[in-house]
Design a protein around this ligand. Sequence first.
Ligand SMILES: C[S@@+](CC[C@H](N)C(=O)[O-])C[C@H]1O[C@@H](n2cnc3c(N)ncnc32)[C@H](O)[C@@H]1O
Length: 306
Amino acid sequence: MPPELFTGLTNIAAGGRLAEAIKLLFCANLKPPQQEFRIQAMIQEHNTKKIDLEWNDDDVVPAVVYPNLDFLFQQMLNLTLEEVGPNPGELILDVGCGRAIDGARLWEKGAQVVGLEPSRVMLVRAKEYLSQSNSRVALAQGIGENLPFKPHSFNKVMCKGALDHFLSPGQTMEEIARVLKPDGEMIISIANFNSLGFRWGKRLYPVTKFLAPSLAKERKPWELPPDHKYKFDYPFLSNLVKQHFEIKKTKGISLFFGLPLWGSFLSRLPHFVSYALLKILDKLVRPFPSLADVILMKCSPIDKPG
Ligand SMILES: C[S@@+](CC[C@H](N)C(=O)[O-])C[C@H]1O[C@@H](n2cnc3c(N)ncnc32)[C@H](O)[C@@H]1O
């Protein structure tokens, strides 16, 4: 970690409302007992007893990855990072950073990155990933609903595939608006539970279940996974964001993810054919985020009087 970044982050932490609770877990400097005490204090103070500090990503990727899921993950990552558009020297916060893989990509482009994450399991995995990849991302244990940073600290805040896990996405929006510089930007990408794929999937489900009875044993993709707290769709996300932000840009990513049997159909095609098909659908849905599998939004904070 370059000394100037360390100083910068220390300054942010020192003046924050929850300065006592912040843990800037620099890669080589984890102090578990102290961290543990502080995160517990923060969670108690915020009355968020249901935060899963042991959450892990073991079940995020299924045993068999069909081309549509692989494509969806790739496009979500590429387009989110493209929209963040890191510039050298910018300070970027990744809320719900998981393994900090995305943060490392931003750091490679010259940005100074802080990854915020409540789960101690994911923080350990992030630390491992960062040391293996020789990347530098400052890790902080904390929650989006109560960001332990001074107002106007960050040039950009990103939150990828995470907001539907949070207890209070609304409060998180307020906090992100607070810690962003007035000319800063927030970039969110999130699964759309009212996508065209899910809507058609529900309708076609009786037929597809008849064709492939094994589908009945699996969780339906449009059902809320056990570790999610909210089902997002375009109106829900827009209304949430508009309380504190002006929406500058929206994009749709990937189409028809949830269609039953679509993934296994694609896996039987030659690789270049399935990916060409997925690319065409993805391009078609770009201007229609309410239909897409993932919604991408870029926003700037509203200048509130007082
Ligand atoms: C599906 S993972 C996404 C991780 C990463 N952003 C990515 O795209 O790979 C969701 C992450 O959000 C974290 N999380 C859950 N509740 C949170 C909260 N209230 N504030 C911040 N992060 C939270 C989880 O611990 C988890 O690591």
